[in-house]
Design a protein around this ligand. Structure first.
Ligand code: BTN
Length: 264
């Protein structure tokens, strides 16, 4: 599979020289963190055939069966303070959307903040983690999981109503290796444009964010608040309006968002 990944990353993309492949691993994000702490350079890419402890946001797990999805993390060393990276998850979402569209012909939407969505179901997700050196970012890990070849029964029972794969949505069997290569290329492009084209990136994110205009439930510390999501700010924060007219920007942190009737 690594040969197939490398063969499909265009030669001008220098990240193809720093791809680590694992048949099986606990989590590509965990491995990326270890490699980053050991000094791995900007643009190191970690890809796995399967993950035994794939992780999602808010301590959730990410189902990662063997050969059925893309499980990929990249190490970035942007050398800035964390406030400049607030939009990183959004930018990675735009990169993932573009990779999926390029390979499968269908363009997913995004459920704020970090879920890729097709046909009202979750196609994948993004987990961004930062390591610090003083008040600066030493490394940022962008981890992306995309479901390619699962059938409904391949997902754990509790996910079967809310998860989908490219196979389930398009009927086409998409190779995780080819999608991983496209994703590497798109993340490389994202890295070039992360700061210089931030406004355009955020505009693309807004256009594809299905949370906008929806009645949602904001869940924080076991408390639930009904609100309307009306915009995304320049850093990726979700702007919501509560029933009493009070407006607030919600950042990724510890907040989860649900539609009034379930996942969306
Ligand atoms: C989420 O759904 O909240 C985010 C899921 C992110 C999953 C990817 S798979 C590659 C990388 N390694 C992990 O352990 N998680 C991310």
């Amino acid at each position: 599979m690594i040969q197939s990944v490398l063969a499909n990353i265009p030669t001008p993309c220098p990240w193809r020289d720093t791809v680590y492949w694992y048949d099986t691993i606990d989590s590509t994000n965990t491995r990326a963190k270890e490699l980053a702490k050991a000094g791995a350079p900007h643009g190191t890419v970690i890809i796995a055939g399967n993950q035994t402890e794939g992780r999602g946001r808010l301590g959730r797990s990410f189902s990662s069966p063997d050969g059925m999805g893309v499980y990929l993390s990249v190490i970035l060393r942007p050398g800035c303070t964390p406030d400049k990276l607030m939009h990183l998850t959004c930018a990675a979402g735009v990169a993932a959307m573009a990779a999926v569209e390029a390979i499968s012909g269908v363009c997913p939407d995004i459920k704020w903040a970090n879920d890729l969505v097709l046909g009202s179901k979750k196609l994948g997700g993004i987990l961004t983690e930062l390591g610090f050196a003083g008040n600066r970012v030493d490394y940022a890990i962008v981890g992306i999981g995309i479901n390619c070849c699962q059938r409904a029964e391949d997902f754990p029972e509790e996910l079967q109503d809310i998860a989908t794969s490219l196979l389930m949505h398009t009927g086409k069997k998409i190779s995780p290796a080819i999608l991983a290569a496209a994703l590497t290329e798109q993340l490389f492009h994202m890295d070039w444009t992360l700061f210089s084209e931030k406004e355009q990136l955020m505009e693309t994110y807004r256009r594809h964010c299905i949370t906008l205009g929806k009645e949602i439930v904001v869940i924080q510390n076991d408390q639930k608040y009904a609100a309307t999501a009306f915009d995304i700010d320049k850093d990726g924060g979700l702007m919501v309006r509560f029933a009493d007219g009070f407006e607030k920007v919600i950042n990724f942190g510890e907040v989860s968002v649900r539609g009034l009737c379930g996942y969306l």
